[in-house]
Design a protein around this ligand. Structure first.
Ligand SMILES: NC(=O)c1ccc[n+]([C@@H]2O[C@H](COP(=O)([O-])OP(=O)(O)OC[C@H]3O[C@@H](n4cnc5c(N)ncnc54)[C@H](OP(=O)(O)O)[C@@H]3O)[C@@H](O)[C@H]2O)c1
Length: 269
């Protein structure tokens, strides 16, 4: 395990990434499954040191066993309000972070039109406030980075247009998008870049029970590659796949027509 900056003395990366994330200290939340797990694997293969978080300690243990000494696990429930233990554990591992990728997320649909507040609370606690908590813990360490720190939040293309049954999930991702863009403005003077990622459909447990068409689905490994490429380029916004994001971005110019004419044709509740 790197004792603070000893990461920089680690062996050469197997698959170097051209710019940026190479020998960096990166914290990934949501690392036990799906996109977050694929990110940890690829970041480690590229020679970075990764702190991997999630709630599932067995899955974290398996990840560490598979990837060896370049991974340190940090169990962290992003909904926990008392973060003192996590803060202490994080600072025990490192006194700086170059990059944080806030990937933890859940999805719940509005199937009954009861608008049950508990559902909205659960989704916002994880998908919105969970990212804020992660940033709150990480910011002092990101400001200690010898390069310019980067905080990456995983949003969703669902925030581009309103989709049926996605009131809780889409609203939390839209709130996250606003937050990241607004925080990017204020943090620009504080040596910290904010990046928003908006994936389309990715074949992970999150969408495994979806019973509707998911066009242009990609694998978590493909998603992780696109995220790392975009992060390396310090992009403010990383959308993929383009064959889905570009049509959605175009349609969002006519969102009034979408809500009035197209949405009602695809809703099932
Ligand atoms: N899959 C897609 O099509 C898609 C599309 C757009 C955006 N996204 C976004 O991509 C991100 C990753 O999703 P995924 O598809 O990879 O889903 P996934 O395979 O279900 O992974 C979700 C991860 O979030 C973690 N997590 C959930 N609740 C948590 C909590 N309270 N505290 C800490 N960690 C928590 C889970 O770990 P533990 O259970 O161990 O805590 C797991 O590692 C999410 O933000 C999701 O909204 C996914």
């Amino acid at each position: 395990m790197p004792n603070k900056r000893s990461i920089l003395e680690a062996p050469k990366p197997k698959k170097p990434i051209p710019i940026g994330l190479n020998g960096a200290c990166v914290w990934v939340t949501g690392a036990t499954s799906g996109i977050g797990r694929a990110l940890v694997v690829q970041l480690v293969e590229a020679g970075n040191f990764v702190i991997a978080s999630g709630r599932n300690k067995e899955a974290l243990g398996r990840l560490a066993a598979e990837l060896g000494c370049r991974v340190k696990i940090l169990p962290f429930d992003v909904t926990e309000s008392d973060m003192a233990v996590t803060r202490a554990a994080l600072q025990e591992i490192t006194d700086y972070l170059d990059c944080v990728i806030a990937c933890a997320g859940i999805c719940e649909y509005e199937d009954t039109l009861d608008f049950e507040p508990d559902k909205y609370q659960r989704v916002f606690e994880t998908n919105f406030l969970g990212v804020i908590r992660t940033l709150h813990l990480a910011k002092p360490l990101l400001l200690n980075s010898q390069v310019r720190g980067q905080f990456v939040a995983i949003g969703s293309l669902s925030s581009v247009l309103p989709f049926p049954r996605a009131q809780a999930y889409g609203a939390a991702k839209a709130a996250l998008e606003y937050f990241v863009k607004s925080a990017r403005i204020d943090l620009s003077r504080h040596a910290l870049d904010m990046t928003l990622v908006r994936p389309g459909f990715v074949s992970t447990p999150l969408v495994s029970e979806n019973d509707f068409a998911m066009p242009f689905m990609i694998t978590p490994e493909q998603a992780a590659r696109r995220i790392i490429t975009g992060v390396n380029r310090r992009k403010a916004l990383i959308d993929f796949p383009r064959r889905l994001s570009w049509p959605l971005r175009f349609l969002s110019l006519f969102d009034g027509l979408w809500v009035r004419f197209v949405g009602p044709k695809i809703t099932r509740v």
